[in-house]
Design a protein around this ligand. Sequence first.
Ligand code: GRG
Length: 294
Amino acid sequence: MKYSAENIENIIYRYLPEEEGYPVSCIRAMNYAYKAGGKRLRPMMMRMCYDMYADEADGVIERFMAAIEMIHTYSLIHDDLPALDNDDLRRGRPTVHKAFGEDMAILAGDGLLNYAFETAAGAFAIRPGDVSVENAFAVLAAKPGIYGMIGGQTLDVEKTGESLSSDELVYIYENKTAALIEAAMMIGAYLGGAAAEDIERIQKIAVCVGMAFQVQDDILDIEGEQEVLGKPVCSDEKNDKYTYATIYGLDKAKEYVETKSMEAYELIKALDAKHDEAKQALMELTVKLIHRNR
Ligand code: GRG
């Protein structure tokens, strides 16, 4: 299975820092979180989008795949901190602040964020002067930032304990969750050489996938099993968080996940991809995520 989590891990683990030198404690905490066994969806989707257009892979796409997972992992480490969700379990293991202390968890999150850019910057030397690498790098910088993931997380934190208007809910979900999925898919398309109109369509697809993904995450927080999820359930209730599922109910939430995912599916189907195998894989993944239990 070309796009299995295991195959993705075989690529992205090669870009992790060596556990040595004075910062070794921080590096150990970074690698502990990174290697803890996530679904690897962001690098997976990035690679599928790349393979739809590119004829072969190189170190450039691999570096960006590793980088997006570093940024995602940093966001999880910080999201679990006592000042935020205060969770003890992530990816089936004690959270980083539980295993290494709060100080090292903050540093490991920061370390992963910076190391993502060090890793991706290596791509400039592989394809000097390539505008698609510049575009990919700009997306990697912007989407996790204040007009993306951090922006969404800011309103989410501020709205703790309060219900959300539909505008606020869409803003939070499009940014705290969908923005990173947008980054993953757009970077894959840029680096693979997709035309500008396809990149725009892929961005729309990513927003649908990201929104569906977050609503499914809300559903699993209510109906999922801790052993399968690898993280605690009822975290939203514990933290006094209003979500799509708590505001509109489980039935509406499930309907939303299905509708948004099928919207993405049809948009993927209409893409003018060069390689059909990758397109099929992305369509299948979109459907599979509707009923994910972790
Ligand atoms: C520094 C204050 C501060 C906060 C940083 C930015 C941030 C924390 C958090 C981003 C928001 C966030 C964690 C959104 C959740 C998105 C989400 C559903 C994550 C779970 O992704 P999966 O299911 O996880 O792909 P795995 O473990 O499989 O990789």
